[in-house]
Design a protein around this ligand. Structure first.
Ligand SMILES: Cc1cc2nc3c(=O)[nH]c(=O)nc-3n(C[C@H](O)[C@H](O)[C@H](O)COP(=O)(O)OP(=O)(O)OC[C@H]3O[C@@H](n4cnc5c(N)ncnc54)[C@H](O)[C@@H]3O)c2cc1C
Length: 393
């Protein structure tokens, strides 16, 4: 058997969280090895934000994250903020812009963010082993021993940064959960999040609207998002739907307000002002034609407003503001931008990401049960949690 190479820390996974952790730990004088089975680092970063990487969000605050313990993210997010990462981006001369809702993107390419992280790792003299899947992971005498290909490495610290199982074709696996369980940590049931939802049964008819998008307010389980929804050949997508998908569980419904800008009573006011108008016409002025037509058809009211009782119009207004969809499922890990759930935070220190009962074992990034909204929040968690662990290595 090969003689183990000695390091101060072994980081499993060269995604955003692993690279951040490795670079900063290296710069603190730690000898760090990063192992990844992909041939290159940061594959999710490369395809993120349509190739421009939405690398953080100026509004990154704990209430933008889902977790069984909503307070867990507070410490790390406070110690390494969106502004800290932005400073790093600027120090590397990367041009950026704010798109909307505090979302920051590269002007150029997501490659610049990977290059930034690799440059920080180079400063910290981090060693990489790409193209090797993680084999045996052993723990004895307070040392972790990791086999990767034909090489063996040993260190007093091991950082689990292998993310969640979303988008397996990019190299995503459930290794983080297997390792966590082996070391006695609990795992909050993982599920696809930021994912398109599918429609069936009676509501499958909406799939005929494939390609139609509209600005809506989508709500699920107390969370609401005012963004665009898009009908697809399988169901619904678009930012508003991706956001609520993280809150959605099987058997629950998603409520859509198709006219979030209309004030209560708008339809009765329209009846008074334009009694000869028809509902289909009013909807057509406010929504894409095919959607307006489908909604009017489903509401089953035809004729002029003047001929409709106020009660009917109030009910129509209510339904348009609270249209219930009952998704049959989601498009799953193949299409999910992130995985919700993951390594339970109650076994980890929120300050350092170290396992309470296994000194030297850390978990960072998406592998942990902290899931951000759409809009740069997940990368910010990768940076903040990676940085937190790096300070403790
Ligand atoms: C299409 C898409 C677009 C996205 N866009 C954005 C965005 O614009 N903004 C944003 O904030 N978030 C975005 N996200 C989410 C974001 O990419 C992730 O939350 C983030 O990359 C998580 O970082 P991580 O380092 O924890 O995990 P990952 O980036 O998943 O890194 C894990 C690493 O571990 C390696 N690995 C896994 N299993 C093994 C194994 N068994 N052996 C060896 N190595 C292994 C993987 O190859 C990978 O390199 C997007 C996600 C997707 C899929």
């Amino acid at each position: 058997m090969a003689v183990p190479e000695q390091y101060d820390a072994i980081v499993l996974g060269a995604g955003g969280a692993g690279l951040m952790c490795a670079g900063f730990a290296g710069q603190r004088g730690r000898r760090v090895l990063v192992v990844d089975h992909n041939d290159e680092p940061g594959r999710k970063i490369l395809i993120s934000g349509g190739g421009r990487c939405n690398f953080t969000n100026l509004g990154a605050a704990p209430d933008r994250y889902l977790s069984a313990n909503p307070h867990f993210a507070v410490s790390a997010l406070k110690r390494y903020t969106a502004h800290d990462f932005l400073e790093l981006v600027e120090a590397h001369g990367i041009a950026w812009h704010e798109k909307t809702l505090g979302q920051l993107f590269c002007d150029g390419s997501a490659r610049q963010i990977v290059a930034l992280l690799m440059a920080e790792c180079a400063k910290g003299e981090v060693t990489f082993r790409f193209g090797h899947s993680v084999g045996a992971v052993d723990h004895a005498n307070n040392r972790f021993r990791v086999t990767a290909g034909d090489r063996v490495a040993e260190a007093p610290a091991l950082v689990i940064a292998t993310g969640g199982p979303s988008i397996p074709k990019l190299g995503a696996t459930g290794l983080a959960y297997d390792l966590a369980r082996r070391f006695g940590l609990k795992v909050v049931e993982p599920r696809p999040a930021l994912v398109p939802l599918t429609l069936g049964g009676d509501q499958a008819l909406f799939r005929a609207l494939s390609g139609v998008a509209a600005p809506v307010k989508a709500s699920c389980e107390g969370a609401s998002f005012r963004e665009a929804a898009l009908f697809t050949h399988r169901g619904m997508s678009g930012p508003a739907i991706l956001q609520v998908s993280s809150y959605w569980r099987r058997g629950r419904s998603v409520a859509i307000d198709f006219l979030p800008d209309e004030r209560p009573g708008w339809l009765l006011a329209a009846k008074r002002e334009r009694p000869r108008a028809r509902l289909s016409g009013l909807l057509d002025q406010r929504l894409p034609g095919r959607l307006a037509e489908t909604l009017a058809e489903r509401l089953g009211v035809a004729g002029e407003l003047a001929n409709m009782p106020d009660r009917t119009l109030s009910e129509v207004e209510r339904r348009l503001a609270d249209w219930r969809f009952d998704p049959t499922g989601s498009e799953g890990y193949a299409k999910a931008e992130v995985t919700a759930g993951g390594i339970a935070t109650d076994g980890l220190s929120s300050r350092t990401m170290e396992a309470r009962k296994v000194p030297g074992l850390f978990a960072v990034g998406e592998a942990v049960d902290v899931t951000g909204w759409l809009g740069g929040y997940n990368f910010q968690w990768a940076w903040s949690s990676g940085y937190a662990a790096a300070q403790a290595l």
